[in-house]
Write a protein that binds this ligand. Structure first.
Ligand code: GLN
Length: 237
């Protein structure tokens, strides 16, 4: 399982979320505290953020197949990257999946940035030509993009029914919305004065972190946070 983090709020630096906190993604890359599957996240990492300086909401990414903890160049640049909407992840590859930058989250369709923390049988996903990698997470991302993010909850519930062993924690953002699902692994929320963090696990020991219950969808907008149960579209669970 990987660890991931999403932000929607005021402009903040990428380093303030990923590198500076005492238990941020950099520390989670070698010493996660709440990871149930896998010991560390050494198989790559990625960060995507929305850039308003070019007009509109332009998603920009930086991904790597190497461990985050050793990336001195990113350490130098991250304090200069500022955004109101960020999705970042460190990766522990599922057995059999390729270790390559294109298999690291966040994935994009040009509008959304999306990270998957978990595992899914590729056989239950429809073949797609738009996936960035043969990695299960890349194919799941392409499936979610094809179905549209408004159907994220339905898509996750359906894939979860088709593969009962799947773990389907998603983070996705488009610059004005941040969506998260908890399906089989931990998801936490931190409501700050300047914005909202969704993360696999707390990046510090603040008492303000709350756990999102399993099989729930979180939607963060500038107007607030809603958390709703994920049920099968036909009503069965
Ligand atoms: N299954 C995905 C991969 O191989 C995600 C793994 C994870 O969440 N650790 O990259």
């Amino acid at each position: 399982m990987c660890r991931h983090l999403g932000w929607l709020g005021a402009d903040v630096t990428v380093s303030s979320l990923m590198l500076d906190p005492p238990f941020g993604l950099r520390v989670q890359s070698y010493a996660p505290r709440r990871q149930k599957h896998g010991l560390m996240n050494a198989d790559g990492w990625g960060v995507g953020f929305f850039d308003r300086t070019s007009g509109g909401e332009v998603p920009r990414r930086w991904r790597s197949a190497a461990p985050l903890w050793g990336d001195a160049s990113f350490d130098s640049v991250a304090p200069a990257l500022r955004s109101h909407c960020i999705v970042a992840a460190v990766r522990s590859a599922t057995v059999g999946m390729p270790i390559e930058a294109s298999a690291a989250a966040p994935f994009t369709d040009g509008r959304w940035l999306l990270s998957h923390n978990g595992v899914v049988g590729r056989a239950v996903l429809a073949p797609t030509s738009s996936a960035e990698s043969v990695c299960d997470s890349a194919i799941l991302a392409a499936t979610i993009f094809d179905r549209g993010l408004d159907a994220l909850g339905d898509t996750i519930a359906e894939v979860g029914m088709a593969d009962p062993l799947a773990r389907l924690n998603i983070l996705a953002a488009d610059g004005s919305r941040l969506l998260g699902t908890a399906w089989g692994d931990t998801l936490c929320i931190l409501r700050r004065d300047d914005g909202v963090v969704l993360a696999s696990e707390p990046y510090d020991d603040s008492p303000d972190w709350d756990d999102v219950p399993d099989r729930h969808l979180v939607e963060v907008t500038p107007h607030g946070v809603t958390i709703t149960p994920l049920t099968h579209p036909k009503g069965s669970r």
